[in-house]
Design a protein around this ligand. Structure first.
Ligand SMILES: *Cc1c(COP(=O)(O)O)cnc(C)c1O
Length: 229
């Protein structure tokens, strides 16, 4: 199937999941994860109507973003960010989902002195406490939210998580629910300059479950672009 057809099918699945969950369709955004795929594939997905794309590495994304600068795209960084790339990330991306330490948040803050618009960021939480994944532990998240809230060049909007990979998407459900609960707990602290309105969760194999559990952003790669090498 073509990328265009895949986009149509994924959008239908998003619609149905919203309907099932009794959620408004305009409260769920689809981000097409284009890592490892060339600019032509991104262009195809854009032609099929998508406007938000996710990349997980600054270095890989930079030339693609440049080649596609004729398209109105919002770019999301969804992979771990090294502090020496914070400045570049600040320039290239509209939103960073993968703020996994206060340190990297400070780097992003410093990379944008006096910027007119604070940069939208999400805190990444490592729900499964997996060694292989970055992210704050749940216990650290509230304190980190408070500290990131103090960084005036950043706009903290919510949480992101990548649960452990299961064969059955239903097994992701408790993790998604947990992230939503954690966001509510942090929201209840009423920290200055901290909002928890975005939940970035759900990938190709489990985005429908994520929508049922409150995702406001789903990050879908394989179901749109095909299998990665
Ligand atoms: C690759 C990636 C995705 C997309 O995964 P698929 O299973 O291909 O949909 C989503 N989120 C993050 C953080 C990723 O690195």
């Amino acid at each position: 199937m073509s990328i265009g057809e895949n986009v149509t099918r994924v959008l239908e699945r998003v619609d149905r999941a919203c309907h099932r969950a009794g959620r408004r369709r305009d409260h769920v955004r689809l981000i097409a994860v284009s890592k490892t795929f060339p600019p032509e594939s991104i262009r195809e997905a854009w032609q099929a109507g998508l406007r938000a794309f996710g990349e997980n590495r600054v270095q890989e994304a930079a030339p693609k973003i440049s080649v596609l600068s004729d398209l109105n795209i919002t770019w999301h960084l969804i992979g771990h960010l090294q502090s020496n790339k914070a400045r570049r990330a600040r320039e290239l991306f509209h939103c960073i989902h993968s703020v996994d330490s206060v340190h990297i948040a400070q780097k992003l803050h410093q990379a944008s002195p006096g910027a007119a618009d604070p940069m939208p960021v999400l805190l990444e939480v490592n729900l499964g406490q997996e060694e292989s994944k970055s992210g704050l532990s749940e216990d650290e998240a509230p304190q980190a939210a408070e500290e990131v809230g103090r960084l005036s060049n950043l706009d903290l909007r919510g949480l992101m998580a990548i649960p452990p990979l299961f064969d059955n998407p239903e097994q992701s459900r408790p993790f998604f629910r947990h992230l939503r609960e954690l966001a509510s707990q942090i929201e209840a602290l009423r920290l200055p300059n901290v909002s928890m309105r975005e939940l970035s969760m759900g990938m190709s194999h489990d985005f429908e479950v994520a929508i049922e559990e409150g995702a406001t952003i789903v990050r879908v790669g394989t179901a749109i672009f095909g299998t990665r090498d």
